[in-house]
Design a protein around this ligand. Structure first.
Ligand code: ZN
Length: 256
């Protein structure tokens, strides 16, 4: 937990920098909670498989989905956006261009949840965010294309340090450091967006980046440093009984 710009910031779920080898996308993405200035705000929602976890993480903090006043979406991919339906009372912010682009995507070909975006487009509490707009007090939205054309990053500004929520504009430490991204429609557009993230990140020495699929990180003496340790595992049942499960550790420590 971090106190910043009048908010308590917590990461309810921390994304994982991996993808399935035989089963397609994994979609383990970051969900952030900001409480302050009379708001209870989430940045991104995780995929449908995180619904129960998201509700539990809110409940552990004495919150129900109905308490969430603002939901900000970095982009329309299902693993970040699909659970907006848990928050019908919230004001739901998404990039104006992102939403328009999402509605034009052919059905069945992209990670955009077509019907969820169509429903959102006419939702009464929808708020189409513009580039540079203040989405919450002290938090601005900035267009950072490359992963999707209208992708937003959110910059939370305080006197001492900022927090930059990058979503999938830079999903992982590897993408931030290499300026090269997996799942980019144009690497030069992605590189320019990552360079913009770095320009925000470098402004204050203790600033933190919260990526869409990795641990939060900061800069220290020219090195990129994770701020937390990773937790990720799968429980698999290979035997004849549900009691005989195998725990597969997916962290660096769990590798041979
Ligand atoms: Zn994405």
């Amino acid at each position: 937990m971090m106190n910043i710009a009048g908010y308590e910031l917590e990461l309810l779920v921390i994304g994982f920098p991996g993808k399935g080898v035989c089963h397609g996308g994994l979609g383990w993405s970051t969900i952030a909670l900001l409480r302050g200035h009379g708001r209870v705000a989430l940045i991104d929602t995780g995929p449908m498989g995180m619904r129960r976890l998201l509700r539990e993480e809110l409940r552990r903090r004495g919150l129900a989905p109905a308490d969430v006043t603002d939901l900000l979406l970095t982009h329309s991919h299902h693993d970040h956006s699909i659970n907006w339906t848990l928050f019908p009372q919230a004001r739901i912010g998404i990039g104006a261009h992102e939403l328009d682009w999402s509605l034009e995507q052919p059905w069945g070909e992209t990670p955009v949840p077509e019907l969820y975006m169509r429903e959102l487009s006419s939702w009464p509490r929808l708020h189409r965010l513009a580039d540079g707009e203040e989405a919450l007090p002290h938090l601005t939205a900035h267009v950072a294309p490359g992963h999707t054309p209208g992708h937003l990053i959110f910059v939370l500004q305080d006197a001492q340090r900022d927090v930059i929520f990058t979503g999938d504009a830079a999903k992982t430490r590897a993408e931030l450091v290499s300026r090269h991204a997996d799942m980019s429609y144009d690497q030069s557009v992605t590189a320019a967006s990552i360079e913009r993230i770095w320009s925000y990140w470098r402004r204050k020495p203790d600033s933190v980046v919260v990526p869409g699929h990795d641990l939060p990180m900061t800069q220290h003496e020219g090195q990129t440093r994770y701020l937390m340790s990773r937790k990720a595992a799968i429980e698999a049942c290979f035997g004849d009984s549900l009691d005989e499960s195998t725990l597969i550790d997916l962290t660096e420590a769990g590798q041979p």
